[in-house]
Ligand binder design. Structure first.
Ligand SMILES: [Zn+2]
Length: 270
């Protein structure tokens, strides 16, 4: 599944091809993906200029004057800018025809993605109630510390709660907690401010690193199999249950925490 770093890499790859371009039309080869495709894509979008390509959590937004196209890649979706003349393949569900002879083509074999519409000046219900972006100035140790007081849930679940901070998936939560030396099982309300400051820094570092990697491994703005931007050998804990901790050598523990596979070191994570 594309995670925040893959979506951000897609955004950075698409933006130079889309920004300031006018959308001339839309071709919908089906009317529903995860949800019905918004009628505004056919009715309001043609003729509009794309002003910006933004990301919020794992959603991409194509901003135009009357509103924004709201895209999610779901489990298997990808977006590519292609020559208009290139015939569509299986699972190419939506084309936005751009001035200059190109199309933005949305392919999604499993159809868990979505193409929705957010009117200008409104916040789509899917985006309401989300926590801050982890790479923004609004995400820091004080934020985590303040929100976590009195919470007894494991800190790993807390970190993956989209109302706390968006886009910290299972891999990145596991890696950041190991780097910060915090046990994923520790109750969120019992982590100190200084440890949350360290954790916030490690979350930013692992995501930044994956975005940098994503930029070198993605081709044509596709993550071929939704693999994370990390190379496997760079992961400190994720997928390494039973193997030696790279810091202290003890075998890494593995258990489900909140239904998610979790790996951590009982020696250097407390
Ligand atoms: Zn260790």
């Amino acid at each position: 599944m594309p995670e925040l770093p893959e979506v951000e890499t897609t955004r950075r790859g698409l933006a130079p091809h889309l920004e300031r371009r006018r959308v001339l039309g839309a071709t919908l080869r089906r009317d529903t993906l995860r949800w019905p495709i918004a009628p505004e894509i056919s009715d309001l979008l043609p003729g509009q200029r794309i002003e910006a390509v933004r990301r919020r959590a794992k959603y991409l937004l194509l901003d135009t004057q009357p509103g924004s196209v709201l895209l999610h890649l779901g489990m298997s979706g990808s977006l590519r800018v292609l020559p208009e003349a290139l015939p569509p393949r299986t699972h190419d569900h939506v084309d936005l025809l751009l001035e200059g002879g190109h199309v933005l083509r949305f392919n999604d074999p499993r159809r868990f993605g979505c193409v929705l519409w957010q009117p200008a000046g409104e916040v789509h219900p899917l985006l309401a109630g989300l926590g801050p972006e982890p790479l923004s100035e609004y995400f820091h140790g004080r934020h985590l510390h303040l929100l976590s007081r009195g919470r007894t849930a494991p800190v790993k679940n807390f970190l993956m709660d989209q109302a706390v901070v968006v886009g910290v998936g299972n891999i990145y939560a596991a890696e950041a907690l190991h780097a910060a030396g915090i046990s994923p099982l520790r109750p969120a309300g019992r982590v100190s401010l200084s440890r949350y400051e360290r954790l916030a820094g490690e979350v930013r570092r692992v995501l930044d690193h994956a975005i940098t990697r994503g930029g070198t491994t993605l081709r044509d703005f596709i993550s071929p199999d939704g693999a994370p931007g990390y190379f496997e050998q760079e992961l400190a804990v994720y997928g390494r249950g039973g193997e030696p901790c790279r810091r202290c050598g003890r075998p890494l523990k593995e258990a489900k925490i909140g239904q998610r596979a979790s790996v951590w070191c009982g020696g250097c994570q407390r």
